[in-house]
Design a protein around this ligand. Sequence first.
Ligand SMILES: Nc1ncnc2c1ncn2[C@@H]1O[C@H](COP(=O)(O)OP(=O)(O)OP(=O)(O)O)[C@@H](O)[C@H]1O
Length: 287
Amino acid sequence: MLRRKRDAPGADGGEEGTVPSPATSSAGSGDPLAPSLEARSLTLAWEGGPDVVRDVSLHVGSGEVVCLVGRSGCGKTTILHALSGLTRPVSGMVLLHGRDVTGTPGHVSYMLQKDLLIPSKRIIDNVCLPLVVGGMSRAEARAKAEPLMERFGLAGTEERWPGELSGGMRQRAAFMRTYLMGNDVVLLDEPFSALDALTRTDMRGWYCRMSAELSLATLAITHDVDEAVSMASRIYVLRGNPSGGVPSTIAREVVVDRPKGASAPEEFALTPAFLEAKREVLSLLGG
Ligand SMILES: Nc1ncnc2c1ncn2[C@@H]1O[C@H](COP(=O)(O)OP(=O)(O)OP(=O)(O)O)[C@@H](O)[C@H]1O
């Protein structure tokens, strides 16, 4: 069942102390009661052009997966760029744990649809890259990453090359590398769209479990309404036509109520509540 609501339900982390924190985690800084990530009244445009999105506000809490859906060209990626600090808004603010980080990059992890693993580096060295770039020796970085390999479903792949792994495993390696960047806020741009349908279903479930366990705050953009409804606790529906001169705005924030016992995305996707949610999001997109 869906309802309009302003408060994030939040979700707390899973098993305590099972996963070491990344080296430079930004979690815990700023206001502990503030959402992990918040956009306040963002208006965005490209290089002095007309507004692409106007007055967009959203928030993501720790352990939550939130999706932003909208038709092609409505401004989803433009919003992620601003949230990651790669671009400055025309007006509005981006807050991380209550701290103003507007226009400053490096505070959130941003993962694209392509895994961007380096083909000439072994998997362990690919995942260790953020630690090595951050100043750790290769041996130190490996020692830190190795205990996490099993947790990320990558045990035994340490010495293999990216080209030897399946799409799902490569994507898990890319997630682990993103995690080791040390940010607790993750922006995902169509993360599973390059995978086949079955792997995509598995990866959605896997990502939801992992992100809850690691208390990550995730904002994912997707065209795929099934993906959004199956993964997200809340969905922001973005609507507008920037190329036709109509800046996009959030048409609605939809809260997805998952029935107890069907919290895994693949199970929830088989319930009437899923269909109801999907219908509502589709009607918002179509209207
Ligand atoms: N680098 C850029 N410079 C100028 N205009 C841009 C740039 N990137 C995107 N735009 C324009 O901004 C608008 C929103 O594009 P954006 O890529 O954010 O949409 P989207 O919802 O992510 O689309 P899609 O789902 O197809 O990826 C479009 O009109 C696009 O042409």
